[in-house]
Design a protein around this ligand. Structure first.
Ligand code: NAP
Length: 327
């Protein structure tokens, strides 16, 4: 086994806690450094997870010679600059979803990674869970025939806080970028990231960002995905793939699930793949695997797909009339 990946965390906020906790159950990763815009926040986070190196700026973090890879965990409008900062310093990057605010930003980040020859991957953590690997395997084995209809929802009920990341336009707020990316990414995993028709409707709330969004993706081969996301309504959290000879149903809440059921041609198969750790360890493990193998991107979440997903989100936002102040 290769030496564990030595991680730094950039932007020690809410999701960074989950990633740091996930690393504690990942034998192939170790938290070494924390970079915050504030020394006290870096110290507090590093103390909590036993990280020896703490930095009071992102610039100092990326210059740390003790780390191999950086997890970018700021709100989305800062993903592009933070990821480029890390890549320019030669550090491998795992960047939170949505990868950036829009496709142009995503292309810019990917271009730097490719020019510098440095590893880069989107932290769409669901993609790397064992149950999703099982779904991909069933699809590859043609277990349900040709996938034709994908449906998925992700909606939770939050209170409107105009200053908070979820509702503030300046912080890239709205359901689509925060959780719509999960359902779009799931559809892309099954049907591909190149739909030839996209139709969207949304309700923009009092702060101007989307609170409920519905999307239909149509594919050249006949596949259809019906997707929804919401930040003011708790939806059933279901995902299902129906093919020409059967169905795969993921257990709710599907994006963090352990179970799935395959029904095809009178046959039923049930899997329960219990998570090791909190689930965030799997994306770290995929980074470790890629780095050990000398791969510059992950075949599970290729960079061209990450950019294509952002193009889909751009088109949805154009249709629902959502533009961010930084664009
Ligand atoms: N994978 C998942 O399950 C999941 C779940 C939730 C969120 N996310 C994604 O993770 C990212 C971060 O979400 P979060 O909820 O963790 O965000 P958050 O707690 O609001 O912010 C994370 C950190 O970003 C840093 N930051 C840098 N510039 C900032 C600015 N101008 N305003 C606010 N914070 C700034 C702050 O750290 P310092 O100031 O200390 O540097 C802050 O603690 C988002 O892109 C989100 O979509 C993923």
């Amino acid at each position: 086994m290769s030496a564990p990946v030595r991680w730094g965390i950039l932007g020690p906020g809410s999701i960074a806690h989950k990633f740091a906790a996930g690393l504690q159950s990942a034998p192939d990763g170790q938290l070494i450094a924390v970079g915050s815009r504030d020394q006290l926040r870096a110290d507090a986070f590093a103390d909590q997870y036993g990280a020896p190196n703490r930095h009071a700026s992102y610039e100092d973090l990326v210059a740390d010679p003790d780390i191999d890879a950086i997890y970018v965990a700021t709100p989305h409008p800062f993903h592009k600059d933070a990821s480029i900062l890390c890549l320019e310093a030669g550090k491998a990057v795992l960047c939170e979803k949505p990868f950036t605010i829009n496709a142009a930003e995503a292309e810019a980040v990917v271009a730097v990674a490719r020019t510098k020859g440095v590893f880069l991957m989107e932290a769409m953590w669901s993609r790397y869970l064992p149950v999703m690997a099982q779904v991909r395997q069933w699809l590859a084995e043609d277990a349900i025939g040709e996938p034709l209809v994908v449906s998925a929802d992700f909606g939770f009920r939050a209170n409107v806080n105009p200053e908070g990341r979820l509702f503030s336009p300046a912080l890239g707020g709205g359901a689509l970028l925060d959780i719509g990316i999960y359902v779009v990414s799931f559809a892309a995993m099954v049907l591909g990231a190149q739909p030839d028709r996209i139709t969207a409707a949304a309700h923009l709330g009092e702060t101007g960002v989307d609170e409920q969004t519905g999307v239909v993706l149509g594919y050249p081969g006949g596949g259809i995905a019906t997707l929804s996301c919401a930040v003011r309504a708790s939806t059933p959290h279901e995902a299902r793939i129906t093919g020409s000879k059967g169905t795969i149903a993921l257990d709710p809440s599907w994006w963090k699930g352990e179970g799935a059921t395959l029904k095809a041609d009178g046959h039923e198969e049930r899997v329960e793949l219990v998570l090791e750790g909190n689930g965030y360890n799997y994306e770290a493990r995929e980074v470790a695997r890629c780095l050990a193998a000398g791969e510059l991107e992950s075949p599970v979440m290729p960079l061209d797909e990450t950019v294509a997903l952002m193009r889909i989100l751009d088109e949805i936002r154009a249709q629902i009339g959502l533009k961010y102040p930084m664009e």
